[in-house]
Design a protein around this ligand. Structure first.
Ligand code: GAR
Length: 209
């Protein structure tokens, strides 16, 4: 059984997609052990509570120094003996020690087709604002392993979504979530839990193809 921890910051719709997939049997061999938010008001914490999942807030704001926050987050994550950490709308920069310790065991969902519209400053609605400004006709979402850079780790899965002429950042965000994020993030977790992917030359490849 893959022990999964989910890091969140906001509404938690991706967390909900993971919970629903576990409960419906679309994700097998995995259990959500803990949900951690850096924001105590995140609705994602309520979603965890509603499903009887351990949840807590660990916020940099509650520590005098960033280093203290880093150590506490690492300590708590280690205490759950996790096999996989999922960043599901997590807006906090992860401690370097955490990324090193969990190499190829942390995944992130990004609301664009990496390497487009990614990197520092590209998160949430802003990604869709930039995509609309540029006039792209296709966008989508990406699940990738987390390395020391921002959105630079090996890509696990991507899914395209059409951009419509009358889209607003909000309408585009909704379509990308519904058609791409909530689909590929649970699928990636199921693929990892069932040992269907492996790393080859720093690229993710499927074992079943
Ligand atoms: C999602 O769209 C996710 O892709 C994005 O934040 C949103 C969180 O929504 N993540 C990033 O932008 C990371 N760079 P949620 O809390 O409803 O899952």
């Amino acid at each position: 059984m893959l022990r999964v921890g989910v890091l969140v910051s906001g509404g938690g719709t991706n967390l909900q997609a993971i919970i629903d997939s576990v409960e419906a049997g679309r994700i097998t061999n995995a259990s959500i052990e803990v949900v951690i938010s850096n924001n105590k008001n995140a609705y994602a914490l309520e979603r965890a509570k509603n499903h009887g999942i351990a949840h807590m807030c660990i916020s940099p704001k509650d520590y005098a120094a960033r280093e203290e926050f880093n150590q506490e987050l690492l300590k708590v994550l280690l205490s759950y003996k996790l096999d996989l950490i999922v960043l599901a709308g997590c807006m906090v920069v992860l401690p370097k020690e955490l990324v090193e310790q969990y190499e190829n065991r942390i995944i992130n969902i990004h609301p664009a087709l990496i390497p487009s519209f990614c990197g520092t400053g590209f998160y949430g609605l802003r990604v869709h604002e930039k995509a609309l400004e540029r006039g792209v006709k296709l966008t989508g979402a990406t699940v990738h392993f987390v390395d020391s850079g921002t959105d630079t780790g090996p890509i696990i899965a991507q899914k395209c979504v059409e951009v419509l002429d009358d889209d607003t950042p909000q309408s585009l965000q909704k379509r990308v979530m519904e058609q791409a994020e909530w689909v590929i993030l649970p699928q990636a977790i199921d693929d990892i839990a069932n040992n269907r992917i492996e790393m080859r030359d720093n690229h993710v490849v499927r074992k079943d193809k």
